[in-house]
Design a protein around this ligand. Sequence first.
Ligand code: DOR
Ligand code: ZN
Length: 344
Amino acid sequence: MTKTFTIRRPDDWHLHLRDGDMLCAVLPHSASHFGRAIIMPNLVPPVVTAKDAAAYRDRILAAMPEGADFNPLMTLYLTENTDPADVAAAHADGLIHAVKLYPAGATTNSASGVANFDRVGAVLEKMAEIGLPLCTHGEVTDPEIDIFDREAVFIDRVLDPIRRSHPALRVVMEHITTQQAADYVRAAPENLAATITTHHLVINRNHILAGGIKPHYYCLPVAKRENHRLALRAAATSGDPRFFLGTDSAPHTDANKLLPCGCAGCFTAPNTLSILAEVFEQDGALDQLEAFTSLNGPAFYGLPANEAKMTLTRSPPSFPSHVDTPEGPVTVFDPAMPLHWTVT
Ligand code: DOR
Ligand code: ZN
């Protein structure tokens, strides 16, 4: 007998769509499953001003497949020169839904990010006043700090001081990877939330490093030990409204992933829903999937949940191993386990 279940159409609260040919190649994979997505601004050059965000939104809409039901929610890339008035105007126009903090040098295209956090105080104060969320890439860049500790140290050195200085600021800790981050969210007031990626629910650091180096599992923040993966699974499947899906689907061509200094990112847009259904079923929590993918995120961002529905059927899905783009193939994330749920 076929088993099916239906949830409200999901949203992706952290997505990289890139630009140009890559945008056209990857957008259909998100637009087919998600109602909305928070669009990351780390283009080259980054999306810094309201004008940049409006132009990028137009390019996304122009690349949209025929008949798609997908709304890109734009963000601005925070720099030390960001103008609070420009941010406030873009928010008042309904153009932007968050501002993204990249510590300078933390990850892909973060060179224009923030080095001195004191220099963004006026923008953060304005955001707190108007209720505009700050999305954080939560890793310190101090070369003295071990890469596996950079998220936990960011909480103590950067995030906690920011939240103490701006207690009303709404903050989303993006793509959390540690028990410490999950605990920090649970202990905080309701203006703090976290996104969790699909891949961090599936892989730990052994997947990247044991038995040969696997560049397609390398992303930032890097996957941690197994106990952290289990902590993320517990948070995601708990139904706690402060945890919701942000895939961080981050396409790079295979050529760029397989370099001696390869790019960080896992491309999960095509198979995210099948993987999440598998994960939630394994943990006996299929009844919490809708909260994680479709309810908790809109509630935090002050938006209604999608009216449209999505049905998943218990039949083995099939996915291509890669998506062809004019820039070269992009490998689809391999969950390294059989999948049993298909979006129908
Ligand atoms: O793995 C990642 N890829 N982490 C990030 O923070 C950036 C992203 C990208 O843009 O490729
Ligand atoms: Zn990202």
